[in-house]
Write a protein that binds this ligand. Sequence first.
Ligand code: ATP
Length: 712
Amino acid sequence: MPKQENGQKGDSVIQNDLSESFEEEVRAFLSDEEKLHLFDDLTKVNPVTTTTVLRCLQARYRVNLFYTNAGCSLVALNPFQPFSCLYSPELMREYHVALRPQDLKPHIFAVAEQTYRNVQNQMDPVNQSIIVSGESGAGKTWTSRCLMKFYASVAASVISPKGNETVERIERRVLDSNPVMEAFGNACTLRNNNSSRFGKYIQLQLDRFHHLSSASIQTFLLEKTRVAYQAPNERNFHIFYQITKGATAEERLEWNLPEGAEYRWLPNPERNLDEDSFEVTRAAMCHLGIERCTQSNVFKVLSGLLHLGNIQFSNPVDESQPCDLEDKTKGFVKTTGDLLKIPVEELLESLRIRTITAGKQQQVFKKPCSRAECETRRDCLAKVIYARLFEWLVLVINESIYADPSVWTSFIGLLDVYGFEAFPENNLEQLCINYANEKLQQHFVAHYLKAQQEEYAAEGLQWSFINYQDNQNCLDLLEGNPLSIFSLLNEECRLNRPSNPALFQARIEKALSSNQCLSGDRFSKKPNFIISHYAGKVCYQLAAMVEKNKDAVPPELVHVLQNSKDSLLQKLFPVTENNQNNIKTQNRAPVVTVVSKFKSSLEHLMQILNRTTPHYIRCIKPNADCKARTFKREEVLSQLQACGIVEAITISAAGFPVRIPFQRFTERYEILRKSCGPSKRRVCDKSNSHTAEEKAYLDSAASSTFCKLLFF
Ligand SMILES: Nc1ncnc2c1ncn2[C@@H]1O[C@H](COP(=O)(O)OP(=O)(O)OP(=O)(O)O)[C@@H](O)[C@H]1O
């Protein structure tokens, strides 16, 4: 039976009970805070509209209630100020030992405890996943960190038969992976001082005693362009600031980082952030088993990248000659070569000269690069080194927390991915990020909105389907067969000729115009296409998109890195049989595009998620300025809409009166009973004399009364 509308059946019986005097009574004996706790779960808001949900969240935020249940999701408002008591070990324990944690205040620990108990109870599917989503700065990383601390503390609170040593070691390492990955993968952006520039899925693996036995981390799409380009008022990855600010005098000499030196790729160094602490990163690296000498090697290579960024080229007088170096930057070529252990001449040649193979005999020609090409090569060198370094770091972390799969029996996965992005200019990065969000939305729709309604129908309830936005059309546009944006992009890469964005735009329009999710900005001079995502329209620029997708590294650069005498670079760029000194073969190697790599890693992730019981934490940023005590309605509203939370609440709320009418009813009136004296028990005591249907009605009517008291 669907939710009853007020004023329908049952009206005559109980209309009087819910008259003004009822409101008066409620007003008299419930404090504001008590009223707000009635909305610990947004499914109790009545009527469920975007406005009532928004008002409820705002009212709760005002009294520091940042977490609210919303059907299968937990809405987490970012307080933008520390509340240590909200994450204390005592509170973790309280949720862990509670008979019914779901009866405590909504909290990420309640979600965490629920997943843990599901594993213990062997509920099918036993493996659990928590999908933490939200836009940049909404609190995903903070939430994931707190969840990891919770699991670590839960695992430590029981004595393992083997003793607690292994558990503690793994727990320490899992926690230490955070500062290291944040140092190398996070940066200060306009939207968040500590923004993760990669996606992360961490699997906490439990043995049959439900102790943390091991873990694994998978990362997605590091924003490596940041190494060589930082938008105005943004910064490079934290680690660069950490080494330039925190190195000792001796290290400064070794890494060639004199105090006060300026680097083009190190903008805004005067901004001091908590995240600049070099000591924390080093200590965590030590705990992860990365020895001091290896660390020093890493930092030396990073210093090399800073010097590389200072190399600038100028046009040669004679065009047949390689580009000149600007006088003031000549010294940086030498220091870069020294730090990366690459002979200066080889380094310069790889940056300034292209090797071309042509003709039937595959003759090799050398051609000087233009100034722009030299700059692209310099940036590319930095990006490829940094990306491989990050991959290596993740590998090392994984090795230090790994256990053979025979050791663990179940897992809890935490997914912290970048939220939906729509900037004035969007390119391949946003296309991938928004594609990931479409996939996760599809997962949410399939696992919750659709599954829940199908369950109602299967139970034989009269159920009129509540419309939710199905994003299949958009996913077809992005990745469908045989033609999609991704397939066209990949094809364009395979053509092995410079891409023409205007022609490419025409191809996309011709091939995909039948999909309603595709349009274009005809007034813009820049070639583009617009996709109507579930969370809104985004206009993508086509200039450089194909090149970004190719992500080609000139073979001369790989070659020079493979010949480096630096032991870390040798590890990052091993000489394999296929590529040994063979620039010709590399020129013909098949292109593995960014999009195809990203798509396959995401598909792998979705397969894992599909086999788990999902839980969703929707992080919401109450204002764009990251200020405490500031709730901007329009900003919250657009985030609520972007994650389909109102539809989810509507579906849960509509199902509730039918599924557990008494529970909800009693719950509500229990509060009234507790709060009022004998003379005021009139309404509550009526509860025993009503039929289930009347109670359900009364229940929903009471919700509106509370809503009225709270909001109007
Ligand atoms: N529960 C919380 N209590 C107090 N402060 C918080 C909380 N959650 C987040 N913050 C603050 O908000 C900032 C941004 O949070 P966080 O880095 O977790 O966002 P994010 O969603 O991971 O962003 P991005 O996608 O850019 O990485 C944090 O640095 C912290 O200052």
